[in-house]
Design a binder for this molecule. Structure first.
Ligand code: 4AD
Ligand code: MG
Length: 459
């Protein structure tokens, strides 16, 4: 495999080897030619040289891009050349040809165009690098938590609760849409449904993760989540993956420490294990990437309260599209100003007004704010959202009443507070946002293999 040849070159030099893969380019003159071959196991190609001593020399010269071939030959070192070695071919067999109308011919394609051919784009350099990094980052996250003894919990995809209370859920139903059963008031009668009640695709595994944290202490989820928010931005998708650790006997400070350690760990792991890909991003996608990532690993993340942040924004020399006032939600322009202009590094904003946050967050002593944190990072904005959870049953019940939540629907969540409900905290990391941060890719559609965004489900 080409990966082995790059990683343990000495073992293969001057040996007869066989490589198979897809052609990226062919250049041929009358008597010799070069093929750039990619075998899928490594980001980089391997160069094949062939000469007119091959009995199929003429055909080989005309092989199209993305034809699949098997090459027998000798690996030779080429210290003077751009690439460290090449294969001198003694035999080239065509395994599968590629037709002339192949859309990914050798030239620069726009990301918009490549999105339309999501079945072919993993063969391009950029997407080969993106999806290798995505796989590696997923592994790094599991390794980070498993090394610390966290238990991986699979929370349900289909659920009857709305964790974030924003009502941005995709319905899951077996109700016959041509014959919708209705109750006396004309509302849909979900008792006829497969699940006997109204259900949705989950927006977060947090509430269920809390159940497991109160049994296993430290747990995490890593799975798909769904949001039916119609925001057509470069940072929102309807289907995205979220990592949600939940830790017991822990407060908001412990939560932030864990988040900071995790982000640094993922960056270091990917930089160490995908140096070719990171170099590629640094060269072609985002020129300051490596410096920025190194800075993050070596910096201490900033911390600022929401109230302080509002003061900073009010006194900023910049004019914002949305003016700020204590109590307002921070917009992307505010978040980016704080992390990019003021702190110039990742920053936690803490203690938001309770009115703009979810019901489960712990009320602070001031009665106005909650023990919440968002991690903002340059280039991306909000990467993580988390909080210490309200563990006091009476306070939680009062808050749910205030917010018009039906307590019966959350009976099991409330029971957790009655039965050994210690203080606990957690957060959610948007996996795609983390990949954007790691690669410098600017659009969430380009870091998930099959993006689900408004009016987009071709594949
Ligand atoms: O801030 P959010 O909504 O927090 C929660 O869901 C909590 N229940 C997490 C927890 O405490 N366990 O979402 C968490 C993160 C955001 O910071 C963002 O990175 C990402 O999930 N995210 C999205 N990513 C892509 N597309 C969307 N539509 C996203 N919505 C949130
Ligand atoms: Mg959030």
């Amino acid at each position: 495999l080409v990966k082995d040849i790059y990683r343990e070159t000495e073992k293969y030099i001057d040996k007869d080897i066989v490589v198979s893969g897809w052609i990226r380019t062919v250049r041929a003159s009358k008597s010799f030619g070069f093929i750039e071959l990619n075998d899928g196991t490594f980001f980089k190609n391997i160069q094949i040289v062939f000469e007119d001593n091959l009995d199929n020399f003429k055909e080989v010269s005309k092989f199209g891009i993305s034809s699949a071939i098997i090459v027998e030959g000798k690996l030779v070192a080429t210290p003077e050349a751009k690439q460290p070695f090449e294969v001198k071919a003694s035999k080239i067999i065509l395994e599968a040809s590629c037709e002339k109308d192949y859309p990914l011919q050798k030239k620069r394609h726009s990301f918009e165009f490549l999105r339309e051919i999501a079945h072919l784009r993993p063969r391009s350099n950029t997407f080969s690098a993106v999806f290798r990094v995505r796989s590696l980052a997923a592994y790094a996250i599991h390794k980070f938590f498993q090394d610390r003894g966290f238990v991986y919990v699979h929370t349900p995809i289909i659920t009857g609760s709305d964790c974030e209370g924003a009502g941005e859920m995709f319905r899951v139903t077996t109700v016959d849409l041509n014959n919708i059963p209705r109750d006396k008031e004309g509302k849909i009668d979900f008792s006829k449904d497969f699940f006997g009640k109204e259900t949705n695709l989950t927006v977060s595994g947090q509430l269920e993760a809390e159940i497991y944290a109160l049994a296993f202490r430290n747990v995490y989820t890593f799975g798909p989540t769904f949001r039916a928010e119609n925001s057509n931005t470069a940072r929102h998708a309807s289907e995205f993956w979220m990592i949600e650790p939940e830790i017991a006997f822990a407060d908001l400070n412990d939560d932030m420490e864990l988040a900071e350690d995790m982000v640094k760990y993922i960056i270091k792991y990917v930089m160490e294990n995908a140096p070719e890909e990171i170099e590629f991003f640094n060269k072609f996608i985002d020129k300051g990437l490596v410096d920025r990532l190194n800075n993050v690993v070596n910096s201490e993340f900033g911390r600022v309260s929401y109230t302080e942040a509002i003061d900073i924004l009010k006194n900023a020399d910049k004019k914002f599209e949305y003016p700020v006032e204590w109590g307002c939600d921070l917009q992307t322009e505010h978040e980016r100003y704080l992390t990019e202009e003021v702190f110039k590094k990742p920053v936690f904003v803490t203690d938001y007004p309770k009115d703009i946050k979810a019901f489960y967050m712990r009320i602070n002593d001031d009665g106005k704010t909650v023990a919440a944190m968002d991690l903002l990072v340059p280039g991306v904005g909000e990467l993580i959202g988390g909080s210490q959870r309200e563990e006091r049953l009476d306070v939680l019940e009062k808050r749910m009443e205030e917010m018009g939540l039906n307590k019966e629907d959350y009976w099991w969540y409330l029971e957790l507070r009655k039965y050994g409900g210690v203080k606990h905290a957690g957060y959610g990391l948007g996996f795609e946002r983390m990949i954007m941060y790691l690669t410098g890719m600017a659009n969430i559609r380009d870091v998930i293999p099959f993006p689900r965004t408004p009016r987009n489900a071709e594949f």
